[in-house]
Design a protein around this ligand. Structure first.
Ligand code: PMP
Length: 379
């Protein structure tokens, strides 16, 4: 037996089956594993799968959108060698774009909403603040700068306000030659990137078992729209597509009320997800959704710790929200159901918050962590 294992190792059977080197960073994006979440599956009597997007070379699901929008602009002749890529982003898209820009020789400029700046400026210039805008984690801001991006932390004001970070990014790009504003929210090259890669991968990875449902939260809506559209088409409508929402987002209520858009109120600890409007990317799937619900922060933070404890996965809060939603949906669909979701990024980008006792206390989330999991809050 032991000698058989040794022989298999020598022959490379336990190593990757990837055929050879990729042509570069861009080509290394995608083809991520689909992880069977064993403990959670056994607990629910269903099969729960997580698409390991944290394994992308830039560390998140947004690498796919970054490659998609840059390639689309190149194909259209809007971006030529030495050009500039400008985006308004709270983090992961910027990180993906910064990687792609370094790898393909572009300059990267990022406009980022920051509530700390907002609070200060609010006092000075009376800008209308939004109540839900996140303070970006320092890890993400530092990483963008280390990747050579020019970062502008600007006041977090509502989308309708001309000083919103998206409009500032658009205006900045307009003033430059050979520059694009990637416009991740309304540029459907974002959803298209998932339609041609993430969707087909999940379809192939679940070909033998089938999939009853796919669920995930949305920021731009690119992942949900691209994957959802592909799985709906391939399954002839059989695979259900659901949206999971954090508190403070209006999407679940929009879908459940048959299209009434409420004012945003409240906030969430999850970064990168939640939305106050129907973006052009989300609009491509919204009428085909089978349902939506909100996941409270208490459930998301508990799942951050449970995924670590039982599955060995160190993931950010949006991934945890997605998994909590997949568990909830599997329970609704009944025993034996098969549900997939997205593991968007690792916890590394948020660890100073998610594993800090003080931060948990500030957010009133200490009691959401069961006693046996509290040992992981080591900061
Ligand atoms: N999770 C994280 C951590 C993100 O940064 C994002 C994108 N902002 C998402 C989930 C949502 O992805 P999408 O933009 O494709 O809806």
């Amino acid at each position: 037996m032991l000698s058989a294992v040794r022989t298999a190792f020598r022959r490379g059977r336990f190593y990757s089956t990837v055929p050879g080197p990729t042509a570069g960073f861009t080509e290394a994006v995608g083809n991520t594993p689909l992880i069977y979440l064993k403990h959670l599956s056994e607990k629910t009597g269903s099969s729960i799968y997580g698409k390991a997007e944290f394994q992308n070379p830039g560390g998140s699901v947004k690498d796919r959108a970054a490659v998609g929008v840059v390639r689309d602009a190149e194909d259209r002749g809007q971006l030529r060698p030495g050009g500039t890529v400008v985006e308004g982003t709270a983090g992961n898209t910027g990180i993906g774009l910064a990687h792609v820009c370094r790898a393909r020789g572009y300059k990267c400029v990022i406009f980022m909403p920051n509530t700390q700046v907002r609070a200060l400026l609010f006092l000075l210039v009376h800008l209308r603040p939004t109540h839900h805008a996140p303070v970006q984690s320092q890890e993400k801001i530092d990483l963008l700068r280390m990747l050579g991006a020019e970062v502008h932390a600007v006041p977090a004001v509502a989308y309708e306000n001309p000083a919103n970070y998206n409009h500032l990014a658009r205006d900045h790009a307009k003033g430059l030659s050979n520059a694009i504003w990637t416009n991740q929210f309304d540029n459907t090259a974002n959803a298209q990137a998932h339609y041609i890669s993430t969707g087909p991968e999940i379809w192939e990875q679940t070909a033998s078992s089938g999939l009853d449902a796919f669920i995930c939260s949305t920021g731009t809506g690119g992942t949900l729209a691209g994957v959802g559209k592909y799985l709906k088409e391939k399954s002839g409508g059989k695979t259900q597509i659901w949206l999971a929402d954090p508190p403070g987002s209006v999407l679940a209520s929009y879908i459940n009320s048959g299209g009434k858009l409420a004012e945003r109120s409240g906030s969430s600890i999850t970064e990168g997800i939640g939305q106050g409007r129907i973006t052009d990317n989300l609009a491509t799937i919204v009428k085909d959704l089978d349902g939506a619900f909100t996941v409270p922060d208490e459930k998301s933070i508990e799942m951050v710790y449970e995924l670590l404890d039982t599955e060995g996965l160190y993931l950010g809060a949006s991934s945890a929200l997605n998994v909590a939603a997949a568990v909830e949906l599997a329970t609704r669909l009944g025993k034996g159901s098969k549900v997939a979701t997205v593991l968007c990024d690792g916890a590394y980008r948020y660890q100073s918050r998610l594993f800090s006792k003080k931060w948990l206390e500030t957010k009133g989330l200490q009691s959401a962590i069961p006693q046996h999991l509290k040992k992981y809050a080591v900061l």
